[in-house]
Design a protein around this ligand. Structure first.
Ligand code: NAP
Length: 311
């Protein structure tokens, strides 16, 4: 049941080829040897035929007996046979063929590798160009978006940044109100719920956007209510210059997003204030315009209209 496995003599294809080749070489060499013997016998026979038997005794070429030429011709054939067996076979035999084939295969392989490397390079280039194009497109559309919407903060603030008290302004400056009306006319005005409530009624010819966290905040017809500053900016996307008009909470959140500041700087301190504008970082903002107005019978304080643009 558990008998020993019979050991089979296994000759693989390569070994078989080698054996066949060796047999072929032996045959070739045998034939060459027979040819050599025949040549020797033949040469002797030709010499005897001419000299002893007198065959073609009178036939000479350039004064030399014909058998010399016959032997030379045969010798030539033998040498050719010899060369075939020992030299041509060596150079153009199976080994030689194999080496040549290997060389060719290697060359082809190299070429394929080069082509593959080129394809990879090309693919990488195409991918890089696509990424570059996409980045350029994104940058372009971002800058287009930015250009399309110049988000502007408009505010009147004291020297101490005061802007209001008890949900109302601290001063009455008619020139400032005029300027506010002129600048915001026809635009979206974004405001916090408290600022909206400080108005007796919505301002004419402006689109009001009121920000509140209240779910059912009721507003007059035409006023838009949103739940965040981002939503307010989104709602005013059609406007090339939407204005952030206050108050303190909304200014604070909008300052990092704004492109332009229209400040009315009231040249006085208002320590009684309860609402303030954030500090303007002069490393981020550059002054691009200023117009000063002195105090007079209609204006209790001197003030300056200052325009800042983001650096
Ligand atoms: N000097 C000026 O140029 C100027 C201009 C405008 C206003 N002001 C003054 O500023 C004062 C009002 O400012 P304020 O800071 O008290 O109030 P506000 O900024 O006008 O409004 C605050 C309200 O906005 C809503 N809100 C704020 N951030 C929000 C967010 N991220 N998401 C959703 N809702 C948000 C909240 O409404 P809910 O509580 O309903 O959720 C919050 O109570 C007043 O005194 C006014 O006169 C001065």
């Amino acid at each position: 049941m558990f008998g020993k496995k019979k050991h089979k003599t296994k000759i693989d294809k390569e070994q078989l080829e080698l054996i066949e080749y060796a047999q072929k070489r032996i045959k070739q060499k045998k034939r060459l040897y027979i040819h050599f013997v025949l040549f020797l016998i033949g040469a002797v026979f030709l010499i005897l035929a001419n000299t002893v038997l007198g065959i073609g005794k009178d036939f000479t070429i350039l004064g030399i007996n014909w058998f010399v030429f016959a032997i030379l011709a045969w010798l030539f054939l033998f040498v050719y046979h010899f060369i075939n067996v020992f030299i041509t076979n060596k150079f153009m035999g199976k080994e030689w063929e194999k080496v040549q084939l290997d060389k060719l295969v290697n060359k082809q392989q190299q070429r394929i590798d080069e082509l593959k490397a080129n394809i990879v390079k090309e693919e990488r280039k195409i991918a890089e160009t696509q990424i570059q194009n996409e980045t350029q497109d994104t940058q372009q559309s971002n800058s287009e978006k930015k250009k399309a919407s110049n988000l502007t903060i408009i505010v009147a603030a004291g020297e101490n940044n005061a802007i209001g008290k008890n949900n109302d302004l601290i001063w009455h400056l008619s020139e400032d109100l005029k300027r506010f009306k002129t600048l915001t006319n026809g635009h979206h005005i974004i405001m916090g719920r408290k600022t909206f409530e400080s108005f007796p009624k919505p301002l004419p010819n402006r689109t009001h956007i009121v920000i509140t966290r209240q779910k059912d905040y009721q507003v007059p017809f035409g006023v838009t209510v949103v739940k965040s500053l981002e939503d307010a900016i989104e709602a005013s996307r059609s406007d090339s210059q939407p204005f952030i008009i206050g108050g303190g909470e909304i200014y604070k959140q909008a300052l990092p997003l704004a492109d332009t500041l229209e400040i009315t700087r009231v040249h006085a301190d208002f320590p009684e204030a309860d609402t303030y504008f954030p500090d303007i970082d002069k490393t981020e903002w550059k002054e691009v315009g200023r117009k000063t107005h002195d105090a007079d019978e209609n204006h209790d304080y001197a003030f300056s209209f200052i325009t800042y643009e983001r650096r």
